[in-house]
Design a protein around this ligand. Structure first.
Ligand code: NDP
Ligand code: GDR
Length: 370
């Protein structure tokens, strides 16, 4: 039985990857941060009672900022594969917490690589590094491939750039099986609530149920190459199953504006929106509402721009070239943007129907949103 260790197992990708590896018969270990509230919502369905026998899913308290903790866990687990998904992954927040981001996302990767080396596991343990399309940053050329130069535009991207190169360096210096997956944006119903797609699908679901009036966004002209997280974790696994370690771009090859994502999300609940105005005065208006439960009027404003969500330096355009992954890994995504939006909207409408039900029953519901 193969043994895998996943950092960031409580995150979006960690949850899908753990599910995939368990299905493939792996014993799966995960690094979990201590928090004052439970933080295992996304993986609770995978939980196995540690008192049972033949448990194949185990969590360990730890943090990427803690070398001795990582060394101890890796020594205990003796993993065949490590997937380093743990990170402070929010680009905008990285401008507020640059030092922490560098520590967790940059040096955290070094700590894992060194732990493998110190423990003499360089020939046994393969490591996947969660690299990102944010490395491309300021547009040099499109579509972006494995050979496109990097120009990071945030403390997050700069930290990830260190992680990218230290992974390459350990592969070349010590012959380790260490690879980067340069993944473009991937989303799902498990996406963190403050990333733009999930913020939109949550907001639109709530508007359609009469629970919220409007959503506030930043730069709606940014273009992203959005895929489905379920497809992308399959690529991570494939990257570690090759004869030789290499880096791969994982993307759909299709780019879409945030603005279009908004329109598609509203369309899922029978609401047509159009945009008028310019820059920070831009507003999204209801053009047609074929959704009787929403109680919206034509002309009503459902979206406004809030400069608070602008970034000091922005990444305007991402579009990836997944040719190498398709050819060498045989990787093909099963979802397109249409099925992604449908999946996310269906999940968020179902989620907030519970709130609607509670409200009708006289209960209080709260919605923290940023
Ligand atoms: P999430 O933000 O959903 O999950 C991040 C995970 O990292 C969480 O489990 C989080 O724990 C954990 N974490 C954060 N800080 C630390 C730390 N100091 N030590 C240990 N664990 C930590 O991210 P995604 O699942 O979306 O992304 C997974 C990885 O892929 C990240 O590295 C991200 O940067 C990268 N990536 C993501 C892309 C995307 O579009 N989703 C695209 C390209 C790269 P907790 O739950 O306790 O907060
Ligand atoms: P990104 O994702 O920065 O690409 O990083 P995010 O969804 O945060 O932003 C995408 C684009 O939308 C614009 N935007 C907003 N973004 C947020 N979060 N909130 C808003 O209100 C808003 N309005 C407009 C942003 O300016 C941006 O242009 C994600 C993360 O998962 C990273 O960890 C990962 O490495 C990259 O994708 C690939």
């Amino acid at each position: 039985m193969k043994v895998a260790l996943i950092t960031g197992i409580t995150g979006q990708d960690g949850a899908y990857l753990a599910e995939l590896l368990l299905e493939k018969g792996y014993e799966v270990h995960g690094l979990k941060r201590r928090s004052s509230l439970f933080n295992t919502d996304r993986i609770d369905h995978l939980y196995q009672d540690p008192h049972e026998t033949n448990v194949r899913f185990k969590l360990h308290y730890g943090d990427l900022s803690d070398s001795t903790n990582l060394i101890r866990i890796i020594q205990e687990v003796q993993p065949d594969e490590i997937y380093n998904l743990g990170a402070m992954s929010h680009v905008k927040v990285s401008f507020d917490t640059p030092e922490y981001t560098a520590n967790a996302d940059g040096i955290g990767t070094l700590r894992l690589l060194e732990a493998i080396r110190i423990l003499g596991l360089t020939k046994k343990t393969r490591i996947y590094q969660a690299s990102t399309s944010e490395l491309y940053g300021l547009v040099q050329q499109v579509p972006q491939s494995e050979t496109t130069p990097f120009y990071p535009r945030s403390p997050y991207a700069v930290a990830k750039m260190y992680a990218y190169w230290i992974t390459v360096n350990y592969r070349e210096a010590y012959g380790m099986y260490a690879c980067n997956g340069i993944l473009f944006n991937h989303e799902s119903p498990l996406r963190g609530e403050t990333f733009v797609t999930r913020k939109i699908t949550r907001g639109v679901a709530r508007i359609s149920l009469g629970l919220q009036q409007k959503i506030f966004l930043g730069n709606i002209d940014a273009k992203r190459d959005w895929g489905h997280a379920q497809d992308y974790v399959e690529a991570m696994w494939r990257i570690l199953q090759q004869d030789t370690p290499e880096d791969f771009v994982i993307a759909t090859g299709v780019t879409t504006t945030v603005r279009e994502f908004v329109q598609r999300a509203f369309a899922e609940v029978g609401i047509e929106v159009a945009f008028t105005g310019e820059g920070v005065n831009e507003k999204g208006h209801v053009v047609r509402c074929g959704n009787p439960t929403a109680g919206l009027e034509v002309g009503q404003v459902v979206l406004e721009i809030d400069p608070r969500y602008f970034r000091p330096t922005e990444v305007e355009l991402l579009i990836g070239d997944p040719t190498k992954a398709k050819t060498k890994l045989g990787w093909e995504p099963k979802h397109d943007l249409n099925s992604l939006v449908k999946d996310m909207m269906a999940a968020d409408v179902a989620l907030f129907q519970r709130d609607e039900y509670l409200l009708k029953g006289g209960h209080k519901v709260y919605n923290y949103h940023e």
